[in-house]
Design a protein around this ligand. Structure first.
Ligand code: NDP
Ligand code: PMR
Length: 396
């Protein structure tokens, strides 16, 4: 724990303090005068408090006292909004880094970069030129449930409100002939991409709920390749969770299969299955909590960001041909910068507050609500995945 706490950069902690100070400077919330939001913000907070149990209310109350989302400047009586706090997992490269950069540069967000490699994240943030007063780095290894719990503990102790959580980190192991495992013995892709994020999101839900920020969001990065209603989703091996027998038995490769459907290990399929879990989880969160908590739960497909580290384990020929293939043949290519702007839009754009949506972008980079495949929108399956995952991460 002491080690974890020491991972909080002093400069980043001061970013939070500056965040408080900056409340008085900002006069707009997401392009709309905050004045218009004010009443609904506090009414919504009260309503949420009434619905929740007492302990959560106490926390909400202290959060409100510590850093109210909306304050009034003494001189002019104007309503202003503090910086939002957004946690982005896997912000040390690719989409996560580009999103963190876009949000930090907007000046409206303090980005908590939740990364497994602290130094890599710090170097990445510096070389991307991110304003240092707008980001904080905290250690998070999603391949260890203990690390997830420690991250949650460190975050809660920091006293920062949590306004948006972005579950972005992922591993893709298409060439692995043998499975590898998380610290808790789960097959790596599903363990990191789904189970680690599931525990993280569940443990931080109270914090999201306690935030008095006008729009609180939980966002999970899905993918076209997990959706079998698309051409890309039909490239073998196809995602298929089957009857979930492998997940039910713990994906540990000894007493059970490493694959959710109980089949033979296939790294590419495990990744696609994990993305289906991500998209199902977003819907189950929405079903269980949206009405009472008012949090916006959403997933997205940011486009094919063919240059990222996601493909680091693929064969060199694939890495050389994949970007031009996506650029000139499928036309699904998007740069890391553009994809980061898309995800940043889902974090903060007032036009994207619609809940329970799987966002995509067309050729002109305009967002639209996309259709999930039959499996990725199977609400019965979402419920079962939720219940089985709860058992595996020790929540049930
Ligand atoms: P990158 O490999 O560039 O980024 C993945 C991030 O996840 C890295 O920061 C990595 O950390 C982090 N990460 C991996 N394992 C762990 C772990 N155990 N604990 C904490 N963090 C971890 O890939 P992308 O930017 O492409 O991927 C980002 C998201 O976008 C993923 O969810 C992916 O599924 C999704 N996506 C990507 C597409 C693409 O075309 N690239 C298309 C559709 C969806 P480190 O830097 O230390 O390796
Ligand atoms: Mg795919 C419109 C067609 C389209 C799109 C948008 C993607 C996105 N891909 C498309 C088509 C095809 N791909 C076709 C026709 C082929 C066969 C030649 C093909 C192959 C292919 C491979 C081998 N594609 C891949 C791979 C990977 O290893 C990538 C993958 O599945 O990673 C999980 C991938 C991807 N194609 C995409 C996207 C977005 C990916 C990777 C990222 C992801 O889903 O996270």
């Amino acid at each position: 724990m002491a080690l974890q706490a020491s991972f909080l950069l002093p400069s980043a902690l001061s970013a939070h303090k500056e965040g408080k100070a900056s409340c008085v400077k900002e006069s707009l919330f997401l392009g709309t005068p905050v004045f218009d939001h004010d009443k609904s913000v506090f009414n919504a907070s009260l309503l949420r408090c009434k619905r929740r149990n007492a302990s959560v209310c106490v926390r909400a109350q202290s959060t409100l006292t510590a850093t109210p989302a909306v304050t009034r400047t003494a001189s002019e009586g104007k309503k202003t909004l503090r910086k939002g706090n957004v946690v982005v997992t896997g912000a040390s490269s690719g989409l996560g880094l580009a999103t963190a950069k876009a949000l930090a540069e907007s000046g409206k967000w303090n980005v908590i970069m939740a990364c497994r490699d602290f130094l890599k994240a710090e170097k990445a943030a510096k070389s991307a030129g991110m304003p240092k007063e707008n980001y904080t780095i905290m250690h998070l290894d999603l391949a260890s449930l203990d690390s997830v719990r420690q991250f949650v503990d460190t975050f809660k102790r920091s006293g920062m409100p949590l306004d948006v959580l972005v579950c972005n980190a992922a591993v893709y192991q298409p060439t692995a002939s043998e499975p590898s495992y998380t610290a808790d013995g789960f097959e790596m892709s599903v363990g990191v991409n789904h189970l680690g994020h599931f525990l993280l999101a569940r443990e931080l839900l109270d914090n999201l709920n306690a935030s008095d920020y006008p729009s609180r969001r939980l966002i999970i990065v899905g993918s076209i390749t997990g959706n079998t209603n698309t051409l890309a989703g039909n490239v073998p091996p196809k995602a298929n969770l089957g009857d979930l027998r492998g997940l039910a038995a713990g994906l540990n490769g000894t007493s059970s299969s490493t694959m959710i459907d109980g089949g033979r290990f296939d790294g590419a399929k495990a990744y696609k299955d994990s993305k289906v879990c991500n998209m199902l989880m977003m819907q189950e969160f929405h079903r269980r909590y949206h009405e009472d908590f008012g949090i916006t739960f959403a997933s997205l497909y940011p486009g094919c960001i063919a240059t990222t580290g996601l493909f680091r384990e693929h064969i060199p020929l694939f890495r050389a041909l994949f970007p031009p293939f996506q650029k000139y043949i499928t036309k699904g290519y998007v740069s890391e910068e553009d994809a980061g702007r898309r995800l940043a839009q889902v974090v903060s754009d007032p036009s994207l507050t619609k809940f329970g949506v799987y966002w995509s972008w067309n050729k002109n980079s305009a967002s639209f609500e996309n259709q999930l495949s039959e499996e990725a929108s199977d609400l019965e399956k979402a419920k079962k995945v939720w219940e089985l995952s709860e058992k595996l991460v020790g929540l049930a």
